[in-house]
Write a protein that binds this ligand. Structure first.
Ligand code: DC
Length: 677
């Protein structure tokens, strides 16, 4: 990805997102596994800047940390006794790494230096250092008092009275102490001298400590006691749930723009059973009028069917990160929105209150700002009425609808803050193009964010129909006209059949074919199709591959294996997809659905002419019989049968040539856009 990202105007959101692992859980688990006795395998660990910082630091400290599979890591616990006694550690801008590591190293009897990027050196750590000094730790500031970089020297740790700690700057100071105090083996008590903020993050800490066998007694949110003699013990295997803060962007997109038909946005990986406080963002969405459903491990969001989201006045201390998403959502509500008790924003990746206010104003919003609150009023209140869910098509002849009151083509600055970049992508759903500067800062917690965002927001034109109805050529030309991507889903089934033939897999061995489909080394380059190193553009069009494709397409496991691969084609600025089940199964929320037909005789004749033109032998009667058999298989199969979706427009191309068919589809695309606008 380049630094600057231009998002097209968007108006609908629907589809599914598999969440990356939670940052908060990933970094806590890495440290706990290192501090424990025994070996731990962590599954679904987040792969991002912040977790790489933690992994690199642990490796540098001599902890055995090795990959054990995709997104899986094996950690050999050192019981808090790091093999390396002297090290310089670079912590980037990862608060979840520097805070607990500072505490762990202060108790580790070595000589260490911890530093980070310039912003990290402006983020406070003084309360934690004060807490550590109370138990004898020898921690020094190398630059400004109260901030990293830090130098730590060996010192005896003794726990006599309670450690007194402030709780109102960052809950990570308490988390850091709680995670590391069991290393002393002594009874430890932490008493908070000010009200604790972001309590759900401390709940994550307590929950994960318990999974490693250490219990913390809690008196309200003021006093925490760890009884003596408790040691961390590996639970063996442990799985990281999906990141609930990252879920907020997709759920918000659903709350804004999953409207019409059965459209909804579904996030997989966090739900009712999540231990992350940020899942409660979905409760806030419900208060705004969004339609939310909860599963154990998923959440879905839809926009209110007939109204704008409601303006809100909320205390958001419990969801400080996801609360940023609400600040941008305010642009889509019917009034002044007040975000209260968000003072911790000031000491995060950037001063988020000030950054948010500055960027929201660029769109024309009225923003008021206090020490620990923000109020946002959208300029278009009352003008726009309910949003209509119009697809915004781009390209010649496809005008975007006028933006409802928000400034267009704003360049959003991101302040090296991943959440600023992710939050402001949502503004494009107001139907305004948006430019995000330094968009790759999302790598801090979610390197694939913009692909995932495109996969639920890029408009889709689905063109289905029987074999040789001309849909392939038509779809390709329509994609060209609109500047959209083009997916020939039939080619994937043809590739599976071809690969099966080459690898000797029988066409009824469902499991083997599904495995083949899942790992298919397919590549599409313009009109050329590759299977591994072989150019198979012509081979997949052979009658043999065609027949094979229609047989493997009967198998549910093969279809499932190809589903994610097909959906991954949904990218900006949009997609034209052709096949049999584009409108019914793969992209059921598609903005435009076309069903192309032609009589079997007309299709056989077209195929016959194509083959003769290529100098290949052909018999029109054989072709006709073949087509009829394939039609029968495609329409009668139980899994994803060929049928016209209820909301699809049927076009009979029997009397048309290709140019006329393309024109007919383009007419329908424009009509549908105009009718919905
Ligand atoms: O569109 P096509 O002729 O290239 O498709 C080849 C075969 O794959 C066809 O027999 C039906 C099957 N197919 C399918 O079942 N679902 C799709 N989305 C696309 C193709």
């Amino acid at each position: 990805m380049t630094g600057t990202l231009n998002l097209p105007a968007l108006t609908t959101a629907w589809g599914e997102v598999r969440l990356p692992g939670s940052k908060s859980i990933s970094n806590r688990l890495l440290l706990l596994a290192a501090l424990a006795g025994g070996e731990t395998e962590i599954l679904d660990l987040l792969d991002s800047d912040d977790t790489r910082v933690m992994l690199a630091a642990l490796q540098k400290l001599g902890v055995g940390v090795t990959p054990s599979g995709p997104d899986a890591w094996r950690v050999i616990g050192c019981g808090g006794v790091f093999g390396v006694k002297e090290a310089d550690l670079f912590m980037g801008n990862a608060g979840t790494a520097i805070r607990p590591l500072t505490a762990a190293l202060a108790m580790a009897g070595g000589h260490y230096r911890l530093s980070g990027v310039a912003r990290m050196h402006q983020r406070p750590i003084g309360d934690l250092v004060d807490g550590l000094r109370q138990i004898g730790a020898d921690v020094h500031y190398l630059a400004a008092e109260g901030f990293p970089p830090l130098e730590i020297f060996p010192a005896p740790i003794h726990l006599s009275g309670p450690i007194r700690l402030r709780g109102d700057v960052s809950s990570q100071f308490l988390t850091a102490l709680l995670l590391t105090l069991p290393l002393t083996g002594q009874e430890a008590v932490v008493e908070l001298t000010t009200e604790l903020i972001s309590k759900p993050y401390v709940e994550i800490t307590l929950n994960l400590m318990a999974r490693f066998g250490v219990r913390v007694e809690r008196e309200g949110w003021q006093r925490f006691r760890i009884a003596s003699g408790q040691r961390y013990c590996s639970p063996g295997r442990i799985h990281v749930e999906g990141d609930a803060s990252s879920a907020s962007y997709f759920l918000a997109a659903g709350a804004i723009a999953a409207r019409g038909g059965k459209r909804c946005v579904r996030v997989e990986g966090a739900g009712r059973s999540s231990i992350q406080g940020d899942v409660r963002f979905a409760e806030a969405l419900e208060q705004l009028g969004a339609r939310i459903t909860w599963g154990e491990n998923f959440i879905t969001a839809q926009a209110p069917e007939h109204s704008l989201l409601k303006a809100f006045d909320l205390d958001l201390n419990h969801i400080p990160d996801a609360a940023m998403t609400l600040a941008v959502l305010a642009l889509f509500t019917d009034g002044r929105c007040l975000l209260r008790n968000i003072g911790s924003w000031r000491v995060k990746e950037t001063d988020r209150i000030s950054a948010m206010a500055t960027e929201l104003r660029k769109f024309g919003a009225v923003v008021e700002e206090g020490d620990d609150w923000l109020a946002v009023t959208c300029p278009r209140r009352g003008i726009d009425g309910p949003r209509s869910g119009i697809p915004v098509m781009q390209g010649p002849g496809m005008q975007s609808p006028p933006a409802p009151g928000l400034c267009r083509n704003v360049e959003v600055a991101t302040y090296d803050d991943h959440r600023m970049a992710m939050c402001f992508s949502l503004v494009a759903l107001a139907g305004v193009p948006v430019t995000i500067r330094d968009a790759d800062c999302v790598g801090k917690t979610f390197p694939g964010y913009f692909d995932a965002f495109a996969a639920i927001t890029a408009p889709v034109i689905a063109i289905d129909g029987p074999s040789a109805s001309g849909k392939g050529t038509v779809a390709m030309r329509v994609a060209e006209r609109l500047g959209f991507h083009y997916l020939d889903s039939g080619a994937l089934y043809r590739l599976v059949a071809l690969a099966a033939g080459r690898e000797g897999v029988a066409l009824d061995d469902e499991a083997a074919l599904a495995a083949l489909a899942a790992g298919l080394p397919a590549r599409f380059e313009g009109e050329r199709v590759w299977l591994g190193e072989a150019d198979v553009t012509t081979d997949i069009r052979s009658e043999e591959a065609s027949g094979g494709a229609s047989r493997v397409a009967l198998l549910p496991a093969v279809r499932r294996a190809l589903l994610a691969r097909q959906r991954a084609w949904r990218r900006f600025p949009g997609l034209v997809a052709d096949g049999r089940d584009m409108a019914t199964v793969v992209f059921p929320g598609a903005e435009v659905k076309i069903f192309l037909t032609a009589t079997a005789e007309a299709r056989a004749e077209r195929r016959y002419k194509q083959l003769i033109a290529k100098g290949m032998p052909a018999n029109i009667y054989v072709l006709l019989k073949d087509l009829q058999e394939r039609d029968a298989r495609d329409t009668r199969r139980s899994e994803a049968p060929l049928r016209q979706a209820e909301d699809a427009v049927g076009i009979d191309t029997t009397p048309m040539d290709i140019d006329q068919a393309v024109a007919a589809v383009m007419d329908r695309v424009s009509e549908i856009c105009a009718a919905r606008a």
